[in-house]
Design a protein around this ligand. Structure first.
Ligand SMILES: Cc1cc2nc3c(=O)[nH]c(=O)nc-3n(C[C@H](O)[C@H](O)[C@H](O)COP(=O)(O)O)c2cc1C
Length: 303
């Protein structure tokens, strides 16, 4: 998730389910080609977030291939190269990137076969069920034919952006259409959300996005449930404070206090969404927190 899945976030979340695959946020092809420092910082990792997929986005085959050559020559330990064919945001679509690729299957095939040939690592792809119309069956076949190894499917169309219910029904037959593994994404907030979506689609993997922000135990609980082990979804206030402090410590170390606190203003309140009487503290975290000391004081006052 852009703006969220920093190295610190991946490292922190990974401790809750060390078998899980993590993804960088979408990385710009131009940022890599022009050696942009901010872009290169998004690729930071010390291996503690592995297995790791680097996610790339771009609007032309030429620039995407150039960017993959840059990645091939960087000294980073990662496992998969993931192509973003899913982003719905206007500034991305304007450049024919993200989910724009889903509109033309011939172009998509032409891109992905060369991506697979160029990348040193196995290639995976993130897609939506369609752009304006649902065409996921065609898309998965195109990607398999191009040599893609794994597909993550966000069960919404581009037109739905991030709203409305994900449509897992249309993914019921994907297993019959392709033989490569696929994962599913969309509104996974609880263990039962994950199990229901997996049951319906017979997917090989489940992707946790917004539901994991502020609820790292969700990763562990899904894994426990899939292994038929007992799990407890209730969140405990002191545990949540401890998790937030751990994540904040990592983020401050990675980005410095100022930048980290500005990101934490968006993320920290989510750790306490389900607690009664948390409203005052959530708004302090979102609006008044300007240092690590503020964070600690707000958490100390919240009981
Ligand atoms: C703020 C935000 C940023 C996102 N950035 C990315 C991204 O960089 N790459 C990507 O593949 N998906 C991105 N997504 C989409 C999520 O990975 C996920 O597919 C989508 O949110 C649906 O899952 P959810 O309903 O469980 O959140 C982003 C979503 C959000 C909310």
């Amino acid at each position: 998730m852009a703006g969220i899945t920093s190295f610190s976030y991946r490292k922190f979340m990974h401790e809750f389910n060390p078998n899980a695959l993590t993804f960088t946020e979408m990385i710009s092809d131009f940022g890599l080609i022009y050696d942009n420092e901010k872009t290169l910082n998004l690729l930071k990792s010390d291996g503690s977030d592995k297995p790791l997929a680097i996610q790339l986005f771009g609007g032309s085959k030429e620039t995407i291939i150039k960017a993959i050559n840059v990645i091939n020559n960087l000294n980073i330990d990662f496992d998969f190269l993931d192509l973003n064919l899913a982003c719905p945001m206007p500034k991305i679509i304007k450049n024919k990137a993200g989910s724009f690729w889903l509109k033309d299957q011939e172009k998509l095939y032409d891109l992905m076969k060369d991506v697979v040939l160029t990348s040193k690592k196995p290639v995976t792809a993130k897609v939506r069920i369609g752009y304006d119309e649902i065409n996921i069956n065609e898309t998965v076949k195109t990607l398999e034919k191009a040599g893609v190894s794994f597909i993550s499917i966000h069960a919404r169309t581009r037109d739905q952006l991030y709203y409305g219910k994900p449509n897992f029904e249309v993914l019921k037959d994907i297993k019959k259409i392709i033989s490569i593994p696929f994962g599913i994404s969309g509104d996974i907030y609880t263990v039962s959300d994950a199990l229901n979506a997996l049951n319906l689609t017979k997917a090989d993997a489940i992707l946790v996005a917004r539901g994991g922000v502020g609820n790292p135990k969700l990763f562990k609980n899904i894994d426990l449930a899939l292994n038929n082990l007992p799990y407890d979804e209730t969140l405990n206030l002191s545990e949540q404070k401890e998790y937030l402090l751990r994540f904040s410590g990592l983020l401050i170390e990675e980005l410095g206090e100022k930048r980290a606190i500005s990101i934490l203003r968006g993320i920290a309140p989510k750790f306490f969404l389900s607690f009664p009487n948390s409203k005052k503290y959530r708004s302090l975290l979102a609006q008044k927190m300007s240092s690590k000391e503020d964070l600690i004081n707000i958490l100390n006052d919240f009981n």
